[in-house]
Design a protein around this ligand. Structure first.
Ligand code: ZN
Length: 191
């Protein structure tokens, strides 16, 4: 079994990756749903994912790892451990991605951004912008899961698992046609 297959099995077993028939917040219907925090709750597993990201990375070694909170905290920390560098994180302040808590980036520092899931790439770009404002250079971005589809980031990137982002308009949904019960991930069971 490849690590990708093993990881996909673990995501399913941990409840992080669900296959079925889901109503997304956009109103579209999707055959899958991801809650990465459930896969990262086990420290040994999270550590292995961080190590796999660092081992797979072919670009320059970073001076440090930077992640956007909350999603990137655990996997970013584990990837930084594997690279043997420091880990810091950005947070939204008045909706702007910002370095708080006394964190700083040395001018010219090479950093890698690590996230749990690349969904639209928005938080990754905002994190890179916060780094650039300090004069630091984003040399790459890593994630456990990539569900960006055909979209790409403006720097080299690596994900452990690429997931199909298939989503359907309700009227065209083959799962509805097949009579599969529709589940809403925002409901009590999932939040
Ligand atoms: Zn449907």
């Amino acid at each position: 079994m490849t690590y990708e297959e093993e990881l996909k099995n673990y995501l399913s077993a941990s409840g992080a990756f669900l296959e079925g028939h889901f109503l997304l917040s956009s109103g579209l219907h999707s055959p899958n749903y991801v809650q990465c925090a459930l896969a990262l709750k086990n420290p040994a597993r999270a550590g292995k994912m961080g190590a796999a990201l660092a081992a797979g990375w072919r670009g320059p070694k970073p001076d440090l790892v930077l992640s956007p909170a909350m999603g990137g905290l655990i996997i970013g920390h584990e990837a930084a451990r594997a690279f043997g560098v420091d880990f810091i994180f950005t947070e939204r302040e008045n909706n702007v991605m910002t370095l708080r808590r006394g964190f700083s980036l040395p001018k010219g520092a090479r950093l890698i951004i690590v996230e749990d899931v690349f969904t639209t790439g928005k938080s990754t770009l905002e994190t890179a912008a916060a780094a650039a404002a300090c004069g630091a250079v984003t040399v790459g971005a890593l994630s456990v899961i990539n569900r960006m589809g055909e979209k790409t980031l403006p720097f080299p990137s690596l994900s452990l698992l690429k997931l199909d982002l298939t989503a359907y308009q309700p009227e065209n949904c083959p799962l509805c046609r097949a009579g599969a019960p529709l589940v809403k991930p925002g409901s009590r069971k999932f939040t």
